[in-house]
Design a binder for this molecule. Sequence first.
Ligand code: GRF
Length: 217
Amino acid sequence: MFRVAVLASGSGSNLQALIDKLHRKVADIEIALVLSDRPGALALERAERADIPTAVFPPDAYPTREAHDLALAEAVETADVSLVVLAGYMRLLGPAFLDRFPWRVINLHPALLPSFPGVDGIGDAIRYGVKVTGVTVHFVDQGVDTGPIIRQECLPVHDRDTVTSLAERIHALEHRVLPRTVELMATGRVKPPRPGERRVFVDDSAPGFVEGQDFGR
Ligand code: GRF
């Protein structure tokens, strides 16, 4: 089994996509644990509905950020997972967490990095006036959305778009790009960069299991 932990703070629609497209269906992938910093997060309900264990770590229950990171790291380590996916997890993780899982933590961002990092990638892109935007999955380092890029897919911004209409298309794209990336990682097709470099090499030549999509090959 390729065990995955998902960290989510919000609605968890991307967690849902991982559950629907991958969980116990593909390449022996199992979402083994869902963690949140927010007690009421809808993501937790989605996990419970799929019988996936959950745990909540409210940051104000810990004296420091490091203590919070350590508690999360313990939970992830105990679950014995191969990959940690940040899917709408709204807090930065520090070295106390990240150093324990080198090249095993990935994040989903709703813009084409390095453009529009931070909390409002969709709004920032539309206000800037770009004509093309998209989604990025990247390894997590200690910066804000700065880690080496694993996969990006783009879509056009139309004149008639509002933040809401663009967000809808971005989310639909996310719901296939993230599961596909996790599938590629689970099947050993993602090579982390060499020391001191940033390029990630991805063997995307085999057909995917993630249903009915042409992933731009
Ligand atoms: C996604 O747009 C993701 O790119 C960003 O947070 C959002 C999470 O959405 N990091 P959801 O909670 O998966 O619905």
